[in-house]
Design a protein around this ligand. Structure first.
Ligand SMILES: [Zn+2]
Length: 153
C-alpha cells in the first residue's frame, strides 16, 4: 500500500469518526453520560493513534529516501572504482592506478574511504600521506625532493 492510499484510508477513518460522533450526539444513543464519555475518549485515542501512524509513515518515507540516496552513491562508487586497480609501485608501496588515460595514481588510504584523490608529487592532497612511486637510488634526503621520474616532470 502506498502513501496516497494510506492517506485515503486515514481520511476515511477520520470521516467515520466524525460521523459516529454526530450520530451519537443526534440520536442520544448513549443515555448514560459515562458510556458516552467512554466512546468519545476511545475515538480520541484512535485519532491519536492514527496521527502517530501518519508520523511514522512520514519517517519511513524519509528513511526510504535516504537509503535510496545512499544506494545511488554506492552504485556511483562501484562504477568509479572500476576505473582503478591496486598496484605495487616500484618502491614497494600499494597505490591505486587509473586504467584510463591520462594514467595517474590515487591515494589508497582515501580510496578505502570511497574517495579518489590523485597523488601530486607522490603526496595525497587530502590526507597528506606520502606514497613513493619510484624506487629511490640515493639513500637519505627528503623523498619529496627526489620525485620526478614517472611522469617526466
Ligand atoms: Zn589520502
Amino acid at each position: 500500500m502506498d502513501l496516497i492510499s494510506l492517506q485515503a484510508v486515514f481520511a476515511g477513518i477520520s470521516q467515520a469518526i466524525k460521523d459516529t460522533k454526530s450520530i451519537v450526539k443526534a440520536e442520544g444513543a448513549f443515555e448514560e453520560k459515562g458510556k458516552r464519555a467512554d466512546v468519545l475518549s476511545q475515538l480520541v485515542d484512535i485519532q491519536e493513534k492514527l496521527l502517530d501512524l501518519k508520523e511514522r509513515i512520514f519517517e519511513l518515507q524519509e528513511e526510504n529516501h535516504e537509503l535510496k540516496t545512499k544506494l545511488a552513491e554506492i552504485d556511483e562508487w562501484e562504477e568509479k572504482k572500476e576505473d582503478y586497480e591496486l598496484i605495487k609501485t616500484e618502491a614497494g608501496e600499494h597505490v591505486y592506478r587509473s586504467k584510463n588515460q591520462p594514467v595517474h595514481f590515487a591515494c589508497p588510504k582515501c580510496f578505502e574511504e570511497k574517495h579518489v584523490y590523485i597523488l601530486h608529487d607522490e603526496r595525497c592532497p587530502n590526507c597528506n600521506n606520502y606514497f613513493s612511486i619510484e624506487k629511490q637510488d640515493s639513500i637519505g634526503g627528503d623523498p619529496a625532493d627526489s620525485f620526478g621520474g614517472w611522469m617526466g616532470v
